[in-house]
Design a protein around this ligand. Structure first.
Ligand code: NAD
Ligand code: LMR
Length: 329
């Protein structure tokens, strides 16, 4: 067995937290020979519920679970002490009729203290995945408040959008979802995101060769992915939880394993100016990982349709950044 790694999950007693922590403890993500110490973080009033999650973790008797640390969000430095991964889930979900961006002034302030505590207490190799919405801008806030953590360690989750898009394409083509590759999500995890079917492939062929209905691809397909979160909220009365937890774990797995040739990992990262995006904005890109380091997939030629979509989501992220200027040091 290797030395244990420490993985923090905020909002660990919430919907997504509950669907995440057991899978982290089970060895599914980091492997059967990698012990994990879970740091479970909650609001003070949810610490009782967190005790229940801890009891259930004990009752699973996972050989890879090497310990559980429970900490309230009042003690974030203790909560993140020596953590190698921090999954930032804890925040308020939107309700029916809201856009994710409407949460920026509600949830944004959580991420100033999160960033500061990660900066001062986490392990030197910490990597952070922000799930709480609006995740791109929350990630920006945390990253800007953690100046000593390199910028390539910050991720906001667009993987749920990638998975949703792959599933829609597979169903339309009548092919298994595993045959769909290279689905890039550009920009914001919001209703302006651009799910890039032009780069995606089904059974190795361009999607546009397999699905001839361009009007569906440019219209209904994109809209379904952009508005899937709202559709789930309408149907379930609560936002996506199991699929969101699954996407968060997929994000981590994809970053710690090499990306297959011809595929990509959709994650929002700190832009280096690639594809004309403002330097420093947390923008969804297709990445390629070697299991340790990642790079933005370069050299993609966008047509006018794609350029227009990317410009719209970029503008929305600029507007979100302007709305939280006071939270950026
Ligand atoms: P939830 O309300 O079920 O759980 C959130 C938990 O976070 C609660 O237990 C709450 O006590 C806790 N919490 C709140 N503020 C906290 C803080 N400052 N520190 C620690 N814990 C805190 O909500 P959920 O369904 O689990 O959703 C969580 C977030 O994830 C929401 O913002 C939601 O919009 C977002 N989300 C993002 C994606 C994505 O694709 N990026 C997908 C689904 C949901
Ligand atoms: C989702 O995409 O399901 C989440 O971002 C939750 C939401 O508010 O849509």
């Amino acid at each position: 067995m290797k030395a244990p790694i420490r993985v923090a999950v905020t909002g660990a007693a919430g919907q997504i937290g509950y669907a995440t922590v057991f899978r982290l403890a089970s060895g599914e993500v980091f492997g059967p020979d990698q012990p994990v110490i879970l740091h479970l973080v909650e609001l003070p009033q949810a610490m009782g519920a967190l005790d229940g999650v801890h009891m259930e973790l004990d009752d699973c008797a996972f050989p890879t679970l090497a310990g559980v640390v429970k900490e309230s969000s009042d003690n974030l430095e203790k909560a993140f002490a020596d953590c190698n991964w921090v999954l930032c889930v804890g925040s308020v979900p939107r309700k029916a009729g809201m856009e994710r961006g409407d949460l920026v002034r509600v949830n944004g302030p959580i991420f100033t203290s999160t960033g500061k505590a990660i900066d001062s207490a986490a392990a030197k190799d910490v990597r952070v995945v922000v799930v709480g919405n609006p995740c791109n801008t929350n990630c920006l806030i945390a990253m800007e408040n953690a100046p000593s953590v390199p910028r390539d360690r910050w991720f906001a989750m667009t993987r749920l959008d990638q998975n949703r898009a792959a599933s829609q394409l597979a169903q339309k083509a009548g092919r298994p979802v595993g045959s769909v590759k290279n689905v890039a999500i550009w920009g914001n995890h919001s209703a302006t995101q651009y799910p890039d079917f032009y780069q995606a492939r089904i059974d190795g062929k361009p999607v546009t060769d397999v699905i001839s209905d361009q009007a569906w691809l440019q219209g209904e397909f994109i809209e379904t992915v952009q508005k899937r979160g709202a559709a789930v909220i309408k149907a379930r009365g609560a936002s996506s939880a199991a699929s969101a937890a699954n996407a968060a774990l997929d994000t981590v797995k994809s970053l710690i394993r090499p990306t297959d040739m011809g595929d990509c990992v959709s994650v929002a990262v700190c832009s280096d100016g690639s594809y004309g995006v403002d330097d420093g904005l947390v923008f969804g890109y297709p990445l390629v990982s070697d299991g340790t380091n990642w790079k933005i997939d370069q050299g993609i030629e966008h047509n006018d349709f794609a350029k227009q979509k990317i410009a719209a989501t970029l503008q929305e992220l600029r507007d979100e950044r302007d709305a939280v200027k006071d939270l950026l040091p």
